[in-house]
Design a protein around this ligand. Structure first.
Ligand code: 4NP
Length: 157
């Protein structure tokens, strides 16, 4: 694979999991001295233009991060060219992205995020949208684990 500079995180609404992934990775990359670009989006566009869900913002704040300035947007096929890696949060997002990919090169950029931590298990980052604070904390914990692996792999390449 060509060098990785731009990483996109994709969930369903782009207001809970993927903005947290974006915020976590941006902060960790900066701390590690890695010059990478991150973005996030949703396979659905219902929340386009909105800031992250308040519970996701509060979860980030509890961990010393701010994701308040992020705004939701829907995935567009141009993202396949704009990003080097595209991480889906669950198999539903993954399948939706694969369906939109028109070339093998585009398809090769799509990965299930937690397979970086738990290879081949196809584990989701469970959607906390209909959950409670503990579900946001669980998602944050999984996203932090994934960020560690993704960024260490890039650093050590
Ligand atoms: P996310 O969570 O995909 O992690 O941003 C959701 C946000 C909104 C909805 C579903 C999931 N929704 O149905 O509006």
């Amino acid at each position: 694979m060509k060098s990785v500079n731009k990483i996109l995180f994709v969930c369903l609404g782009n207001i809970c999991r993927s903005p947290l992934a974006e915020g976590i990775c941006r902060a960790k990359a900066q701390a590690m001295g890695l010059q990478l670009t991150f973005d996030s989006c949703g396979t659905g566009g219902w929340h386009a233009g909105e800031p992250p869900d308040l519970r996701a913002q509060q979860c980030a704040t509890r961990h010393g991060l701010s994701i308040t300035d992020l705004r939701a947007r829907k995935f567009v096929t141009a993202d396949f060219d704009a990003f080097d890696l595209i991480y889906a949060m669950d198999m539903h997002n993954y399948s939706d992205l694969v369906r939109l990919a028109k070339t093998p090169a585009h398809k090769a950029k799509i990965r299930l995020l937690l397979n970086e931590v738990y290879p081949n298990e196809n584990m989701p980052v469970p959607d906390p949208f209909y959950g409670r604070e503990s579900d946001f904390e669980h998602a944050f914990d999984l996203l932090e684990q994934a960020a560690e692996v993704v960024l260490s792999n890039i650093k050590n390449r």
